[in-house]
Each structure stands twice: as structure tokens, then as C-alpha cells.
Design a protein around this ligand. Structure first.
Ligand SMILES: NC(=O)c1ccc[n+]([C@@H]2O[C@H](COP(=O)([O-])OP(=O)(O)OC[C@H]3O[C@@H](n4cnc5c(N)ncnc54)[C@H](OP(=O)(O)O)[C@@H]3O)[C@@H](O)[C@H]2O)c1
Length: 322
């Protein structure tokens, strides 16, 4: 799903010379995809696939990235990796271009794209941290099934179609997904959490260059939405911050669209297909003048994955031009 989005976005990049090389597993080799009106055949990835390429976008799971990203790096490519394989590796930059673009050009090699939920949360939280000093971030996510890949989307559609006659058996989900909400994304962790929640915590701190002094809690839930993650945030600052103060900062943040009316909001359905991060319901926490509540929505396949990767590639291409 992410790979196809990347292909569409690449069609709009002026720096793409000729056709991109489309690399796949053996299973998909020979299948065809359209790029700028031309039909291109996919090729199975092999050890010489990366020779003479500049930028390689990986979007085929952690195992594939662990195996092939070092091969591409050795061949002289810059790798932009969408999986979680390299995100916590110290020498690999973890980048959201609006927040820490300076890390893109630190050294050639592998650059990691953060987790989809992390990206949209940090897009709202980091500018407010810069302005007011962020002390705590408490978040509950409501994540679309496309975040779990193409098979998960197909299974939700099928569960919805057969409900209530049949209960699903061998499922991509821990429990029935249709007409439900599941507070369990990824593997279980020893502290009673789930992997997705740990990713948000560690990745946010890395991108914002903060450590234990930024207290983060996350409950990640999967909901029967096809595209677009939502997140309910409670942010606690070092000082009292009004909703209007926060809105003024977010209005000036590139890649963020904010609505000022506290009763107004965007939904996943409305913003699917858009590159920005959308913030609404910005309002005070009546129990604490230093805290604010807000609702943050973004297309997980675009800003949460493909668009963030293409933005990184745009920065690299701009540098190569100079
Ligand atoms: N979906 C999201 O919202 C999202 C957001 C952020 C990051 N990501 C990350 O992006 C990656 C792709 O996610 P997705 O949602 O696009 O998953 P997807 O729809 O399941 O697609 C995965 C693709 O990887 C290919 N693949 C599997 N093994 C391969 C191999 N050995 N060599 C080459 N290609 C291989 C698959 O092709 P075959 O069918 O031929 O196996 C398939 O086309 C994952 O690492 C995911 O964690 C996804």
C-alpha cells in the first residue's frame, strides 16, 4: 500500500530522471505497475539491483530492510526506510522533515522514516514544545487498518461483509476487527504494553531530542477505519498555555492545518488522500492551566509513510542539484 503511494508521489517530483526501478519479492516479480502513464515491470530484488541508483525507498517490512538496506548502502545509495528495522539504531537518523531536517544530510547511508502515529503526534507536539516547553504527552490513538497493510484491509472488508453470520477465525487481528476497537497493536511488551505504544514513546523522544524528562504515555488502538489515523492528545507544558497560544503556533507550522473553533475537527475519512496533519478540538484542560487537549488526524499512508519519505528524498535531491 505504501509503495503504490510512493509511486504516485514520485510522478510529481521534478528530480526523478527516467523511470524508477521497481523491486519486489520473487512472488511479485513480473507484475506491472503504471508510472506517469507508462507500464513498468517489477523485478525481483538481487545483490546487484542497487548498482547505479541514487535513492532507494524501502517499504517491504522490517526483515526485507534488515537484509537489503545494507546492500543498497554498500552500493552507494541513500536508503529511506519505512520499516521499524533501523529507527532506533544510533547512527541512523530518524527524520520528520518539518522537525529535524538537519539530520537528513548528516551522513550518507540509511535514513529511517518514523512510525505513522509517531509522525502525526510529533508534528503537533514538537512545535508546541519549541514554543512553550513540553513536559508530558499523553495520547490515545485510533488507527486505521491500512496501517497493518493490504491484507488487513481486505480482511476487515470481508469481516464486515459476512457479519453477523460468521465469526472470523484465522485472523490478521487479535480479535474481531469489524464493528469493534482493539487496544492491542504489535507484540506484547514486558511492561504490559504493546509494541506500537513503545514505538511512539521512543521515537518521539528521538525526533524531539528529549529523554526521560519528556514523560509520554500511549494507548494505541486499532479501529475499523480504512485510511487515516486519529489521535487524542493531552499535552502538559512548563508554563500555562492558552488554546489560542497553541493555535497561533500551529497555524505557522508547515505541514499542519489547524481549526481554531474548539468544537471543530477533521475526521480520517475527510483527510484521507491529503499530505498534511490536521489538528482540531484544541481546548483547555479545565483542571490544569498548563495542559491542553487536542485531536490530531493524518493519512497514515501519506504523512505517516510515503509522503514523509518523499519529503526526505526531496531534500536529498535538492542537495545533489547544488
Ligand atoms: N501502512 C502504513 O500505514 C505504514 C505506515 C508506516 C510504515 N509502514 C511500513 O511500510 C512497510 C510496508 O507497509 P504496507 O502497509 O505497504 O504493507 P503491504 O501493503 O503489506 O505491502 C508490503 C509489500 O512488501 C512486499 N514484500 C514483502 N517481502 C518482500 C521482499 N522480500 N522483497 C521485496 N518486497 C517484499 C510485498 O510484496 P509481496 O506481496 O510480493 O510479498 C508487498 O508488496 C512496512 O514495513 C510497514 O511497517 C506502513
Amino acid at each position: 500500500m505504501v509503495g503504490r503511494k510512493m509511486l504516485r508521489l514520485l510522478e510529481t517530483c521534478p528530480w526523478v530522471e527516467g523511470d524508477p526501478l521497481l523491486l519486489t519479492s520473487a512472488r511479485s516479480a513480473g507484475s506491472e505497475l503504471v508510472f506517469s502513464g507508462r507500464t513498468l515491470a517489477c523485478q525481483e530484488v538481487n545483490s546487484s539491483s542497487f548498482d547505479n541508483l541514487d535513492i532507494v525507498l524501502f517499504s517491504a517490512g522490517g526483515g526485507t530492510s534488515l537484509k537489503w538496506a545494507p546492500v543498497a548502502e554498500k552500493a552507494g545509495c541513500v536508503v529511506i526506510d519505512n520499516s521499524s528495522a533501523w529507527r532506533m539504531t544510533a547512527e541512523v537518523p530518524l527524520v520528520v522533515p518539518e522537525i529535524n531536517p538537519q539530520r537528513i544530510l548528516l551522513k550518507p547511508g540509511i535514513i529511517a522514516n518514523p512510525n505513522c502515529s509517531t509522525i502525526q503526534i510529533v508534528m503537533a507536539a514538537a512545535p508546541l514544545d519549541q514554543a512553550f516547553g513540553l513536559r508530558e504527552c499523553h495520547v490515545t490513538t485510533l488507527q486505521a487498518v491500512s496501517g497493518a497493510g493490504q491484507e488487513a484491509v481486505q480482511e476487515l472488508l470481508e469481516q464486515t461483509r459476512i457479519y453477523p453470520k460468521h465469526e472470523p477465525k484465522d485472523s490478521a487481528y487479535p480479535r474481531m476487527m469489524a464493528f469493534n476497537a482493539l487496544p492491542a497493536i504489535g507484540k506484547q511488551t514486558e511492561d504490559g504494553g504493546y509494541e506500537e505504544e513503545t514505538k511512539v514513546l521512543h521515537e518521539m523522544r528521538r525526533i524531539m531530542d528529549r529523554q526521560q524528562d519528556l514523560h509520554i504515555t500511549c494507548t494505541a488502538t486499532r479501529v475499523p477505519v480504512l485510511h487515516g489515523h486519529s489521535a487524542a492528545l493531552r499535552l502538559v507544558f512548563d508554563q500555562p498555555v492558552s488554546a489560542q497560544d497553541a493555535i497561533s503556533v500551529l497555524e505557522k507550522t508547515s505541514g499542519v492545518k489547524v481549526v481554531a473553533n474548539p468544537h471543530d475537527y477533521h475526521t480520517a475519512r475527510e483527510i484521507a488522500g491529503k499530505n498534511d496533519v490536521f489538528v482540531g478540538r484544541v481546548r483547555p484542560d479545565t483542571g490544569n492551566p498548563k495542559a491542553l487537549l487536542m485531536w490530531v488526524v493524518a493519512d497514515n499512508l501519506l504523512k505517516g509513510a510515503a509522503w514523509n519519505a518523499i519529503q526526505i528524498a526531496n531534500v536529498l535531491a535538492e542537495k545533489n542539484k547544488k
